[in-house]
Design a protein. Structure first.
Length: 538
């Protein structure tokens, strides 16, 4: 038995499909050659392909979770039910529709009564594979760089003006501005039609600031399922990804919900009952409440009603296909569904051809750092939270004006490959490469301050696992932190906060960072002057 693929070139959303088939190694045939080919059945996931000149049975697979959305009728002035093939494109008696639960058949037959004898109850293979893949959650989180005790927020957008991105394209960037970068990751999954309609380049440029701020853009054709399973919360709309999230018991916040959803469907019920995200309020408290307090059982129950016979979709679909082919079904069980592969987000920018494998991407990395000192008389605890500068500069968030007499905000920049605008404005400067010994690190830190006259504090790591922090016209100290390693930006932030409080730089402190508390020892380096800096600018 052979399987051939054909691409309808007249589709408004064909962009990228040919490349996808080529990458998969699929054997393709020209669309115009279909009528003359010898085949036994057609499988399609598109209701817009003109199959009127073909022959034989056609198995119509649903989009996502099925018939829950009205879309504009390109052949008329009204709307039609998404997923139903117009009679002009396919004779109704040839169409067999796959549904995932009985209620979905009711929705289908209300709009296509002639399909009554051609409904195939086959469950949902994507949902089944999501259930199988749940045990790989830890591996998926590691692949996406989610910290062990951190959180992953998945932003999911369907397509069209009523979608999340259609209504609030800045939301991913605002999330990045409100969530500390050392404890949170934000990923975006879009419906394939977003790229098909606008092109990958347009989407990439529209998300440029968010990508620079660390947004993980997951290709819609690979990785969204694993990313969903890795998520701690989903901010979504009326797309199927949000629905799958609810069915899996993942906390959901509705950021948009279109009136194009078919009334009476589980999707409509989910939209009525789901918690709404208020974009006018700070986003992090809403996410924290959703993760800690949201009762996901009700939404999961609503969504689970849309999946009949979980775990059996593959067998049911095989039975249906062999029936249409008029062939005896094999006696052996179909292969088990494998877990989804680990996800890979798109790179922020293509690295230059001369960049050796494994080197960090070019470009300085800037962060807005919020520090708070408690017990300022002796500098007992310094709390450090960092936010990507690319997001915070456009959406300051709740860290813009730290509260309290010992709460401060500064710009920190890791210098990698030049004199960026952020480096020229930063109060704290660091570099990624470790120096051999404290004195070499001190010289490198002083060199940073010499190169950037606007900087006040510079930090450089040592090969011994400590950091040397130099202060303009003041002390240089070695900073040692117990527990898991921190980078030079965190070590320098501790020194910066103590300086802003007027606390002597050498000494001890507790560091509260990324959900943990560690001991910090700041030791004067031989040959440098110890003391305090009288002032430091924000």
């Amino acid at each position: 038995m052979d399987v051939l693929f054909a691409l309808d070139p007249t589709s408004a959303f064909h962009h990228g499909v040919r490349e996808l088939l080529t990458t998969a190694g699929a054997l393709t045939v020209a669309w115009g050659d279909l009528p003359g080919l010898d085949y036994d059945a057609i499988v399609t996931a598109s209701e817009n392909a003109d199959l009127s000149r073909t022959r034989g049975p056609v198995l119509v697979l649903p989009h996502g979770v099925g018939f829950h959305k009205f879309v504009p009728d390109s052949r008329g002035s009204g709307q039609r039910l998404a997923g139903v093939v117009p009679a002009a494109l396919l004779q109704p008696e040839r169409a067999w529709y796959v549904v995932s639960y009985p209620g979905q058949a009711d929705t289908l037959l209300a709009h296509a009564p002639r399909a009554a004898a051609h409904v195939v109850h086959a469950g949902d293979p994507c949902y089944d594979r999501l259930l199988v893949s749940g045990t790989s959650r830890a591996a998926y989180r590691a692949a996406l760089g989610v910290p062990a005790a951190g959180q992953l927020v998945l932003v999911s957008s369907t397509w069209g003006p009523q979608s999340l991105l259609g209504r609030d394209p800045e939301l991913p960037l605002r999330l990045l501005a409100d969530l500390p970068a050392d404890t949170h990751r934000v990923a975006l999954v879009t419906h394939p039609n977003v790229r098909s309609a606008h092109g990958s380049w347009r989407l990439r440029t529209a998300l440029a600031a968010a990508r620079e701020a660390g947004l993980l853009v997951v290709p819609p054709t690979q990785g969204w399922q694993a990313t969903l399973l890795a998520a701690d919360a989903v901010v979504g709309d009326h797309g199927s990804v949000t629905f799958y999230a609810a069915a899996l018991g993942i906390p959901v916040l509705q950021a948009a919900f279109g009136d194009e959803v078919v009334p009476g469907t589980p999707m409509a019920e989910l939209g009525r009952t789901a918690v709404r995200l208020d974009a006018a309020l700070p986003l992090r408290p809403q996410l924290d409440r959703a993760v800690a307090e949201q009762d996901t059982a009700g939404a999961a129950d609503v969504a689970a009603r849309a999946f009949q016979a979980p775990g059996k979709a593959q067998s049911l679909l095989r039975t249906a296909l062999y029936g249409l082919l008029r062939l005896p079904e094999p006696a052996w069980e179909p292969p088990r569904l494998p877990p989804f592969p680990r996800p890979r987000a798109e790179p922020r920018d293509p690295p230059p051809a001369s960049l050796p494998p494994g080197d960090p991407p070019p470009g300085d990395t800037a962060a807005v750092v919020r520090t708070t000192v408690s017990g300022a008389a002796d500098g007992h605890t310094v709390s450090v939270a960092r936010y990507p500068a690319a997001a915070a500069s456009r959406h300051p968030g709740d860290h813009a004006a730290p509260e309290g007499p010992y709460a401060f905000r500064h710009l920190s920049c890791e210098i990698r490959d030049g004199r960026s605008a952020a480096a020229e404005r930063a109060s704290v400067l660091t570099r990624p490469g470790a120096a051999r010994g404290t004195h070499a690190a001190a010289r490198a830190a002083r060199a940073l301050l010499d190169d950037f006259p606007g900087g006040l504090v510079a930090g450089v790591p040592t090969t011994g696992g400590t950091h040397v922090v130099a202060v303009r016209d003041a002390a240089a100290v070695e900073v040692a932190v117990t527990g898991p390693p921190v980078d030079a930006g965190v070590a320098a932030a501790v020194a910066y906060a103590r300086l802003r409080c007027g606390v002597p730089l050498p000494g001890t402190a507790d560091l509260s960072f990324a959900g943990r508390t560690e001991d910090v020892l700041l030791t004067p380096l031989p040959g440098t002057a110890a003391g305090t800096a009288a002032a430091a600018r924000p």
